[in-house]
Design a protein around this ligand. Sequence first.
Ligand SMILES: [Zn+2]
Length: 427
Amino acid sequence: MTIHSLLTPRAHLLAVISLQLAAACASSETLVAARAGHDDYSGRERSPSAIHTRTLTLDAHAHIGFREEAYATSEMDPGGFTTLQTDLPKMRAGGLDVQMINVFSDQRPLGLEGYANALENAEISYASIDRMLRAYPNQIALARSADDILDINASGRLVALLAIENAFPFGEDMKNVALWRERGVTSVLIVHYGNNQFGGSVSPRAEHGDPEADPGLTPLGQDLVEALNNAGIIIDVSHAGPRTTSDIVALSRAPVIASHSGVRALLDEARNVSDEQIRMIADRGGVVCISTVRGYLGTFSPEYLEARSALGAELNLNTGKGRQAASQETIDTYYRREAELSKRYGDITVSDMVDHIDHVVAVAGIDHVAIGTDFDGGGGVGGWRNAAESPALTEELLRRGYSEDDIGRIWSGNFLRVMRATEAAAR
Ligand SMILES: [Zn+2]
């Protein structure tokens, strides 16, 4: 593999450490059994790191950065150090076991040309993810089902899940659903920023002629919901408008997810789910995944924003190219000084994020909440800025009195339940 020969001594070191970590997780069958609820934790070490290590952790929404074409090339090697928020060494270091990786498409005006462009971009993104999986078969593997997740995890490897953010590239041909399922897609977010051929977005785009009010699912959108149900693919309502969301939930034979949101009751942000939507999703057995996107969780202090932007400019990190070219040292410097800023001006932190988790639990119960960071797509909060810092969530949940069982539900149990129900609904 070309990438391997380009691995730096540092990446080799990280690979060795991760293999040691994998060895330490040897008794995964018992862990998996425990995670599946046969849970007698008495006599087990109860430190946050021990519980985090014992918990199957799943992030239901992340990306490969804004330069998809560079991902898994010698320019950006996810097997070694990258400036991404999530890569293989960071997942290992943070005990993040499963990552849902998105093939993302920006919304363009509808029509054959738009579909063709979107498909072209989606193919580039998919090829990059596939390249990463082929480069590191001993470290990570693609799961196509809930059982696959447990089997790959039991083998000591990391688990990738494949999702599509914005079904726009499907065009108007439902055969594309089977094609992407064949490639391993297990989740599809139907509408992103701007309405598409399937339904309305919570953020319509006037420049595309989108009406302000959500028109709901189109007849083609109804066909898509049925095709996704038949293929056993999880339907994701994040970014969908209120009417499209309720149309999807009402029509779908399987429970749905909202893969990355906050809650409207704590922050009146259109992208956030209302209590009514939380109940609607939960009543059909679905889950709301809370994100680490600061803008969904709280309001920034303008001083913090200004100071952070100035820091980014100083270190040449405010552009994709600048970030891409940044050295490890520069990134470390950024994180160190950014942490100082968040202390001085107040930041939105993992504690704020858990307030949103608490709210979903209060509205719908412990069985209807999960995690969708949006790392490398706009995610990251104080204390949980990248995959390596994932134990911070477990720590905060424990600090608030969540039991180990409940932490297992939040981190993966609830999502796995929806995945199994979706597989069972397939035809
Ligand atoms: Zn998104």
